[in-house]
Each structure stands twice: as C-alpha cells, then as structure tokens.
Write a protein that binds this ligand. Structure first.
Ligand code: NAP
Length: 488
C-alpha cells in the first residue's frame, strides 16, 4: 500500500462529502466519491416535498469548519441546505472528485491483494485500498404493506419522490403517515387541496418550533462578530444535548419536555375530540420528537379529517378502513418513511473469506464497532452506520466525529501497510456496552424505523453527541487486526 491509500467513498451526501472535506483539509488527495445520481446532496437532493426543511437549526446543522453567516432562517429549507452543500463542495473543488451516475452494486475484498474490488452498475470494476460506505440510513423509501396498493386509479407517490407534476388544487388527498416528513408537507398542501384525509396510525409528539427569520442585523452580527455565531451554535447544541440526555442518561428531564408538548397541543387544538386523537399513547421520545407550529392548526381546518381507524386496503377509488368505510381520494401521498434498518442495501458487500455483510448481520441486525468497523471486513469503514443516528441533535456533528476517526485510520493504514478490521472481541464488548445503554431508552417501547423486526435497536446512538465524539476521538490500532493471509 502506498503512503496515501486509495479510497473509494460511496455517496455524495453530508457523510461522503464530509469525509472528502476532512481528507482534503488534511492534505489527503487519494480519494474518489462514487455517486449514483447526477448531483450531490443525498437526502437533501432527493426530498423536495413542499415545506421540506431541517428540524435541526442550521447554525448546528452545518459543517463546523464551514459556518454560514447568512442562513435565511434558523430552521432552513431544503433548497438552502442543498445550495449550502453545493457551495462548500465547490469551494473545496470536490465536484472534480465525484463520479456522478455511478451506482455501486457489489464490493469484494480481495484477500490476496489486500484491496477492495468495487463493481458499478455498468459493470466497471474499480480497485481501492479503502472502501467507505456513506450511503445514509434514509435513502430508500418504504411503502406500506397494504393490500391493493397497485389497484389505485389515481396518482400516488412517496414523500421522498414527490411528483410535482400532480396539481393538488381542489383534489381529495389521502395522506398516510405522521412522521417528520408528513408534519412538514401537510401544512403546505392543506390550504390548496379540496379535502385532506390524514390516516394516522400513531399520533406524533410535537414541540413548538423556535424558528426565526434571520434579519440583516443577525447576518451582519454573525459575519463581523463571530462569537455571536458561535454562541448561537453552542446554545442550540446544548439544547439538543439536554434533549438527548432525556432519552438516555437523565430521563427525569423528559417531564418538562412532555409538559411543553402537552401545552402546545392544548393551545393549538381547542377541539377536544381532535385533541384526543392527536395525543400520543406511547412513550415520549420513542419515535422522533417533532417541531412544528403549523401542523396542528392545519389539522384543525374544516377541509381536514384525521382518520385513526386502521387501513385495511387500497381500492381503485381510495382507501378502505377497518370499519368498512371507503375513503375516496384522487391522490395518495405516502409519508411512510424509509428502509432505515437495511444498512448498505441493496449493495452486496463481501469481506474476508467471502463472507457477505448482510448474512453477518442476519437475523439480528446491523452492528459495528463505533458504528464504523465490522470484524472480517478489512479496510471497510461505515459512515452513518449502525447506532449512529441521533434521537436529538445534529447528524453532521456525528458525521464529523466519524470522518476524523476514518482520516486517522487512513493515515495509519498508509504508514502500516496491512489491511485492518475490528477485532471481534473489541466489537463484542462495544456491542455489550451499547445494548446495556439501549435497554434504558424509550426506543424499546414502540415500533419505529430505529428498531428492526428482531427488536434490536440498530439505528440510534444512546447518548449525547459529545459522548460519541469522545469514543471516536482516537483511532487505536490495537482495536484492529490484520486478516490472516489466504493459503497460496
Ligand atoms: P417516519 O418517521 O418513519 O414515519 C412514517 C409514518 O408512516 C409513521 O407515522 C408511520 O406510522 C406511518 N405508517 C407506515 N406504515 C403505515 C401504515 N400501513 N398505515 C398507517 N401509517 C403507516 O418517516 P418520515 O416522516 O419520512 O421520517 C423518517 C426520518 O427522516 C425521520 O425520523 C428523520 O430522521 C428524517 N427526517 C428528518 C427531517 C428533518 O427535518 N431533519 C425531515 C423529514 C425526515 P407509525 O408511527 O404508527 O409506524
């Protein structure tokens, strides 16, 4: 291996770009990003539904080394985030490092040569010393398993594949799902549709959104007096760390948060029948807590029905519920989330001895040392891997921790030369620690995309983000081993 190992990064979203920026800023140039689409941005390229925005304020939901003084508002819209990503990538000349329109289908570790062979959709095989998956957890839309889905005669689409050609004006629109996506587009479409029926299986825990439009004065202050910008970032970060502790180490914090959510609902939904429907019946924090000031008011409008009877089938004319009622609709919108627990799918990844990653993780679910390294898969690093999603906080902060760790690993590989994978016993004790912490979180008490069919919480990080930064602060070669050479 040369002093600067060759690196293939799969995905040009916040994870892949973030790692590329980390490497480039450290003077490491031997990387290429493979991106299946024709543009960078990941989920911020894909999700263009009306009202798409980030529910983490931008001063925190941005790269620490690339602050932006002129965000239009605290909680930015998708187009502003996407253009921020593009702007920073261009400033660091990253587009020249991205192979667009290149989808990875398979990757195999060649034990004899100690390199990864990566196959792309058009059959090309690329070789690299190091492979990094940065494909995210939320890039594959999930449609519900409802009978008759294909029989619907009107238009239907998933929130992440919004069909902007469909004019919703005056239409009867059926919305399925009440997650972070739905809560953003429902208030946007409600004023234009004829009637909106929201099919709610679980009510959301909703907190007030502390949004603000940043004035020219804010922009000037942030630009010419950087401590003000840092103070804003620190305040937001501390608030989210506080909320993260409510989910893990200091559960007593949840009581004032629950009281705030209850008050918000009581204030915004005066009608008692509707309020009862919109009151969650599961532990706060079990599903992602949401921030919105316009979701409840939209649901209280006369052209909206909140339907809580379970869906039994989709018919050519609409949706039938368990009480036998057929709710006619012109359009169905699925805000039904993503296949978040199927890490790295649909790629086929083969490590030492031809072992397949999806088999290694079956049936229990994905796991990795620090969410980054899998025993038996040398020189494979995961970004936004198992148990690195945050229940509260900025994923960019988490991704920066991973990028720093991988940059150190790459440096070590360059000087040592031998491929490395996490020691099984190190990964096992990491997982024991993780499972112990996860046992006491609210994520155990409902179903969500954080948990897979076996009941394992595969997605979330149990703690404050600063704890993850601490755990990943140093790449320790002693946590790793070299694969035994295959027989000649
Ligand atoms: P989601 O949170 O997984 O929500 C999916 C919704 O679909 C849930 O309400 C679920 O109900 C419902 N559903 C699924 N199958 C159903 C069925 N057969 N019948 C009725 N309802 C059904 O998906 P999402 O809203 O797209 O959000 C996914 C994640 O994306 C978020 O948690 C967040 O991490 C990320 N996101 C972030 C932002 C942001 O602002 N940063 C914005 C959007 C999304 P149950 O709850 O009962 O299962």
């Amino acid at each position: 291996m040369s002093e600067s190992p060759s690196i293939l990064i799969i995905g040009a979203g916040f994870a892949g770009l973030g790692l590329a920026l980390e490497l480039r800023r450290a003077g490491i140039e031997s990387f290429t990003i493979l991106e299946k689409a024709d543009d960078l941005g990941g989920v911020w390229r894909e999700n263009t539904y009306p009202g798409a925005a980030c529910d983490v304020p931008s001063p925190l939901y941005s790269w620490s080394f690339a602050p932006k003084s002129d965000w239009p508002r605290r909680f930015s819209q998708q187009r502003d985030i996407h253009s921020y990503m593009r702007g920073v990538a261009e400033r660091y000349r990253l587009p020249e490092k991205i192979r667009f329109g290149t989808e990875v289908t398979d990757a195999e570790f060649d034990e004899r040569r100690g390199v990864w062979q990566v196959r792309t959709g058009d059959g090309t095989v690329l070789t690299a010393d190091v492979l990094v998956s940065a494909v995210g957890q939320l890039s594959r839309p999930a449609l519900p398993n409802i009978p008759g889905l294909d029989t619907f005669a009107g238009e239907s689409f998933h929130s992440a594949e919004w069909n902007h050609d469909v004019d919703l004006t005056g239409k009867r629109v059926a919305c399925i799902g009440t997650g972070a996506s739905a809560i953003q587009y429902i208030p946007e479409i409600q004023p234009v549709v004829g009637h909106l029926t929201l099919f709610q299986r679980s009510a959301a825990w909703v907190l007030p959104k502390w949004d603000t439009v940043y004035s020219p004065l804010h922009h000037a202050l942030f630009k010419y007096f950087p401590p003000s910008r840092l103070a804003e970032r620190f305040l937001i970060w501390s608030t989210f760390e506080f909320l993260a502790l409510a989910l893990t180490d200091v559960p007593v914090i949840k009581y004032p948060v629950i009281a705030l959510a209850d008050r918000h609902r009581a204030k915004q939904v005066p009608d008692e029948t509707l309020r009862r429907k919109l009151t969650p019946d599961y532990a706060a924090g079990c599903k992602r807590g949401l921030f919105s000031n316009d979701y409840f008011p939209a649901l209280a409008q006369p052209n909206v029905t909140v339907e809580t009877t379970a869906i039994t089938e989709v018919t050519p004319r609409g949706i039938r519920t368990a009480d036998g009622v057929e709710h006619e609709a012109d359009v169905i919108i699925f805000g039904t989330g993503f296949k978040g627990t199927e890490f790295l799918a649909p790629m086929n990844i083969y490590g030492s001895g031809g072992r397949k990653l999806s088999d290694e993780w079956s049936p229990e679910g994905a796991r990795a040392y620090l969410g980054i390294s899998v025993p038996g898969f040398p020189n494979l690093f995961l970004m936004y891997g198992p148990n690195t999603n945050v229940g509260a906080g900025s994923i960019i902060y988490m991704l920066e921790s991973q990028a720093r760790y991988i940059r150190q690993a790459v440096r070590h590989l360059g000087s040592d030369g031998r491929p490395l994978s996490a020691r099984p016993e190190v990964e096992q004790s990491w997982d024991d620690w993780l499972q112990h912490r996860l046992k006491n979180t609210p994520w155990n008490f409902c179903s969500s995309w954080y948990r897979n069919a076996s009941g394992r919480i595969t997605n979330n990080w149990p703690g404050a983000t600063v704890l993850f930064r601490w755990k990943t602060r140093r790449f320790a070669p002693s946590d790793y081993e070299s694969p035994a050479s295959p027989p000649a």
